[in-house]
Design a protein around this ligand. Structure first.
Ligand SMILES: C[S@@+](CC[C@H](N)C(=O)[O-])C[C@H]1O[C@@H](n2cnc3c(N)ncnc32)[C@H](O)[C@@H]1O
Length: 149
């Protein structure tokens, strides 16, 4: 996966603007992430292995604690009942909103979900920002790596 991300960065001439890093969920965030305090975090297709849920949750908590205005865009295809369990747990830790756009009926038929997770104290969404991200997300489809925003 990491190789593929590097390859994509190269193909898109993004070397000066994008960096690929390995992070095992639950591990301390790399220094470069601590320094940058990302404000947009995209997590696509990350709920398929239940034992890793607490580790993923910890990483998302660490990221949202770094930057009180950060937002996690969290998307997945629901394959098993347990997948929704992650959202249930996330609701206890974060302010969770389901995001909608004009293609929601199509996504629904395919059991595709898109949520935002934010720090509970910064619930209010900046609508224009959400629209921008949803559009970009729509263009690239479901194959997005976890990004530093
Ligand atoms: C189904 S892939 C999705 C990849 C990419 N986000 C996409 O949408 O194409 C799931 C990703 O979760 C990552 N992953 C699974 N368990 C992990 C863990 N314990 N720590 C870090 N990453 C993990 C895998 O490396 C993989 O990149």
């Amino acid at each position: 996966m990491l190789e593929l991300i590097r390859h994509n960065i190269q193909l898109n001439s993004l070397k000066s603007r994008a960096l690929s890093l390995e992070l095992n969920w639950g591990d301390p965030l790399p220094q470069v992430v601590l320094d940058q305090k990302p404000n947009v975090i995209i997590a696509a297709e990350c709920v398929y292995f239940e034992p890793a849920f607490p580790l993923l949750l910890q990483t998302l908590k660490d990221l949202l604690e770094l930057n009180s205005e950060a937002v996690v865009y969290f998307c997945f295809k629901k394959r098993r009942r347990a997948d929704m369990q992650f959202v249930k747990v996330a609701k206890k830790a974060f302010a969770v909103d389901e995001l909608f756009d004009e293609d929601r009926p199509v996504f629904s038929r395919q059991s595709l979900f898109l949520f935002s997770f934010r720090n509970k104290t910064h619930r209010k969404l900046d609508e224009s920002h959400v629209n921008m991200v949803v559009k970009r997300y729509h263009y690239v489809g479901w194959h997005m790596p976890i990004s530093r925003g």
